[in-house]
Ligand binder design. Sequence first.
Ligand code: ATP
Ligand code: MG
Length: 395
Amino acid sequence: MFHAFLLKYAEIGLKGKNRHVFEDALVKEVAHKLEKVEGEFEVSRINGRIFVQTKSEYDYDEAIKAMQKVFGVVGICPVTQIEDQEPEAVIKAAVQFIADNYKDKNFSFKVNTRRANKGYPVPSMEMDARVGEAILNAFPETHVDVHNPEVVLSIELRAEIFMYSKLIKGAGGLPLGTNGRAMLLLSGGFDSPVAGYMIARRGVYMDAVYFNAPPYTSDRAKQKVIDLAEVLSEYCGKIRLHIINFTDIQMAIYQKCPHDELTIIMRRYMMKIAKHLAENTKDCLGLVTGESIGQVASQTMKSLYCTDDAAEFPVYRPLIGFDKQDIIDKAEEIGTADISILPYEDCCTIFVAKHPVTKPNLNVIKCSEQRLNEVIDDLMQKAIETDEVIVVGKD
Ligand code: ATP
Ligand code: MG
């Protein structure tokens, strides 16, 4: 059983004066994610390394899973700490480490010692050689390959000494809270949760908005979106999910505007309301959608041109160049696919035209929207007043 973990994070973006800000954010996030795991953990930052030390019995699999949800962590190395610092004792511990962690000894390896404690009596190259030799003697099936080894045994000689050889892949990206906040347009499909995940992974906190259309959409559809936000919050912390009643706007568009333009016009009003919410949210500097070029009629270049025009705010579309299958694969990986696949109706699918425009013209769309002139300001105001905020997840 391992009693400590070394967390690796990408150096890019962490250089310079901001480095400690990123590292502190990372320490905070790791500690926070581990709070939900059985056991006691201590997270600390030592000389540009982040360490997790376990202070009690703990659930290994759950601890790894939790750390894999921390953006900014590239890899998780379970480490063994060596109490006796004498070189001979460290060499013996290295042999024991291989004995404990590898059943089949038929592999190539190299030893990689780092001597951060310059007072340590053996230089790192000599340590590599002595440990390597001891392993070869103990396990003659092994062989050394310094260029392309199957196993790299890393030994760090610091105030404390520890060794590790496994790197479990982390989520990557940048720590949450290092890049402000954005407003995700979250529907029940596969795309928007993945889009939110990808932006959050760059260190951005998420809030979200869902447009529902009761009684045309059911409580189950709303619950589905709340459930998706729950899964997302496991990665990106607290999400304030705004639920906006969009029925009256949708009905007005349906009654007054050409049906082949419905989706585009609807999308434009969603953008306007999302922008309003973003402007009233501290530090919120962008909207996020799950759109991808050409996926459906409302996502052709011309359609996106029309949608974007209404936003008058930065819109981030991280899936823009993704194929649907790539998006579904990602949804499976992050755990939103099982919810997204549920068949509940969405407000857009109910009022959808048989033959939606694929090449809308912005002037024509704006002209159609004029038919809403008398009612739209009032309807927008009323829709905004229906805002129900559901707080999902914790800070
Ligand atoms: P998704 O899988 O995310 O539902 P989709 O493939 O169904 O997307 P559209 O329905 O065209 O695509 O929606 C495009 C984007 O518009 C969505 O990714 C989402 O960001 C936003 N959106 C659509 N419907 C809603 C809604 N009811 N509430 C909030 N945002 C929505
Ligand atoms: Mg959708």
